[in-house]
Ligand binder design. Sequence first.
Ligand code: C5P
Length: 223
Amino acid sequence: TPAPVLTIDGPSGSGKGTVSRLLATQLGWHLLDSGALYRAVGYAASLAGIDLSDAEAVTRCAEHTRIGFRDPGAGAETRVLVNGHDASDALRTETCGAAASAIAAIPSLRAALLDKQRAFRKAPGLVADGRDMGTVIFPDAAPKVFLTASAAERAQRRHKQLKDKGLRVTLVDLLREIEARDRRDAERAVAPLKPAADAVVIDTTGMPIGTVVARILALLPRH
Ligand code: C5P
């Protein structure tokens, strides 16, 4: 039988990145940050001067880009290597998020990333963080979680995250960017952002991260 998969989908700032990392650590499972794959391809394509609306060129770029994850240990955030070089800081910017969201609407790109994502499913289990983990990539996962939060709170969380990383952005700009990105992610034809039919939806507005983690752990058969 294939290894168990716990999917955590939701919009940006819903807390899914932090929650997924905590769950993976606590369970001793592997972690797939699928957004980082889209960000890495957007980054590599931009560096190569590729027009992000050129579906064929972007897909070819994805096929040739080596994306690696390195866990520095001690609970520190995973580093993302793009063609061998650490691009983690660049990938976290809202510019990269917007580039990722733009190319994420390309069906052939999503197809090219399908097997790469499924390869993360290994014993003893996988926590998969993204937009379509429960709907498209791991339809047989259980449990499936969909995290939401009000747009204002999501913008505030992202603002704090970026500020802690030394990046300067205004809250108003961030709120506008987040809303535009969510709209694009939810309205696209291929793998739109939406809860799987069998997903447990958790609204995390005003909810401490520890509570969110506990709620999700309680959904697992045994731990
Ligand atoms: O989660 P993160 O903010 O890193 O994702 C960046 C962008 O990548 C999202 O806005 C979305 O457009 C795209 N994405 C996706 N499918 C996923 C993960 C991310 O389309 N599974």
